[in-house]
Design a binder for this molecule. Structure first.
Ligand SMILES: C[S@@+](CC[C@H](N)C(=O)[O-])C[C@H]1O[C@@H](n2cnc3c(N)ncnc32)[C@H](O)[C@@H]1O
Length: 448
């Protein structure tokens, strides 16, 4: 059981945290992602609500199955969300966040203190107490359901099993682990060693990983970590930190010129900034979402970097391209995000099976539309944060069959989520602890 920290005495009462979590869960059940859902929660309750919400979502398959055995008639949406929070937290195995009696009394308190759940406090109490009494039996009754066993939707499990017959179970388990906080050092402003020593002097421990990354021993809010406002570092998974160096390595600008680089799906600008930290390049950063373009601009400003940022549909170059070919294109395409479930445990439950084909079609359209914008000898890095083949190797195989101008260069390929908690079974790519990504580096033949 996790011990309450010293700060626990300053934390809001647990019943308030449970209410906030249930509120956010209700929003996720209505189709909103966890960031949108948590943005509705009072800022003082947000970190605790997020920790609880993630714990609940990592037990979601089992929670749905067990709740079905406990409840004959679905209660109101508000009471259902609070009940589900209680069920999921009781189902946590060796990682229980709270002693059972505290949890139950605080759940009941949470129910009583809200007008929408007040009348169902006794019902929630009865359900959770029965679960505590019959926990092992109820779990055993749901064991035959893959969604309960793996805490993922059945179609998701099948897709991973089809695409990764040797390690689908390891991948499902890895997706349920919490991910460490990884940062990328802005080496234009400070060396990794200098930043790590500054943090160390303030009691903030980290390990070096990848080319310019640091993995924190303990996650913290960005504003409580020195150097964020000054642009010394950015939050970025180690797998994502491969994009910029993979695209740029081996590319040289023509004498007297800067590399012309297109970042086609750029928001919120993590990889755009990394490209600019590594190269004195002229970067055009596009994103179809104007609101998210604003975030690219803010991030670049904080990091003291510059790019041209435009809201545009990358699949329609006639609406934004000036006809000058690019030396390099980064296509970090929209995808199911099946590789980053450690950081987004809502994703499997928000996606539908049909989304995979729909997104694969968008990816194909983007790849086809952007390829002609590349100079002969130029390079395009195709990347998704997905584990599904249709969005990775499958996409590239069919592109290469239909495009004789393109050749595949040595590329990272499929990175699978890996962590120190599950070192065995998954091919580690030398980055220690990272999310799942797919990378393919394509070169346009010089004679093409
Ligand atoms: C995986 S995210 C990009 C993450 C970003 N490269 C980073 O590292 O911070 C995909 C982005 O593609 C954008 N997008 C989707 N369809 C697009 C299109 N047709 N043209 C341009 N951007 C698009 C989405 O708005 C989203 O911001």
């Amino acid at each position: 059981m996790h011990k309450p920290s010293d700060a626990a005495s300053l934390a809001p009462p647990l019943w308030q945290q449970l209410q906030a979590c249930a509120h956010a869960l209700q929003a996720v059940l209505q189709g909103r992602n966890h960031s949108q859902a948590l943005s509705q929660v009072e800022p003082r309750l947000r970190p605790a609500a997020q920790a609880l919400l993630f714990a609940v979502l990592r037990q979601w398959g089992r929670t749905l199955a067990v709740k079905k055995l406990l409840v004959q008639r679905q209660p109101s949406a508000e009471a259902n969300a609070l009940l589900c929070v209680g069920v999921a937290l009781v189902l946590q195995e060796d990682q229980a966040m709270y002693p059972a009696h505290t949890l139950v009394s605080q759940l009941v308190e949470a129910a009583k203190r809200h007008p929408a759940t007040k009348a169902q406090a006794a019902f929630i109490n009865a359900c959770v107490r029965r679960l505590l009494r019959e926990r092992e039996v109820l779990i055993a009754q749901t064991n035959s359901l893959p969604s309960a066993q793996w805490n993922a939707p059945e179609w998701w499990i099948q897709a991973l099993r089809r695409d990764h017959p040797d390690d689908w179970q390891t991948l499902l388990k890895a997706s349920l682990q919490a991910a460490p906080m990884a940062v990328r050092v802005n080496t234009r402003l400070i060396s990794r060693e200098a930043l790590q020593s500054q943090w160390q002097a303030q009691g903030i421990a980290s390990d070096q990983a990848g080319e310019v990354g640091l993995l924190l021993h303990q996650a913290r809010g960005v504003h409580s970590l020195p150097g964020f406002e000054q642009g010394l570092w950015s939050v970025q998974d180690l797998g994502a930190q491969l994009a910029a160096p993979t695209l740029l390595s081996g590319l040289q600008a023509a004498p007297g010129q800067r590399l012309r680089v297109l970042d086609a799906c750029a928001a919120p600008g993590g990889k755009t900034a990394h490209l600019l930290e590594l190269a004195d390049a002229e970067v055009l950063a596009l994103d179809i979402d104007a609101g998210r373009c604003q975030r690219i601009a803010e991030n670049l400003h904080r990091l003291q970097l510059h790019a041209e940022v435009r809201a545009a549909d990358a699949a329609q170059p006639s609406t934004w391209w000036n006809g000058q070919a690019f030396d390099a294109i980064l296509l970090d395409a929209p995808c199911t995000a099946s590789g980053i479930v450690r950081r987004h445990p809502d994703i499997p439950w928000l996606r539908r099976a049909s989304d995979v084909a729909g997104l694969a079609q968008q990816q194909q359209a983007l790849l086809r539309a952007l390829w002609p914008l590349l100079k002969p000898g130029g390079r395009l890095l195709y990347c998704t944060c997905s584990l599904f083949k249709q969005e990775g190797q499958g996409q590239i195989d069919s592109f290469l069959v239909n495009n004789t101008q393109a050749r595949l260069l040595p590329s990272p390929g499929q990175l699978k989520p890996a962590s120190s908690a599950n070192p065995a079974g998954v091919l580690d790519n030398g980055l220690r602890d990272h999310d799942g990504f797919f990378y393919a580096l394509l070169e346009r033949r010089l004679d093409a």
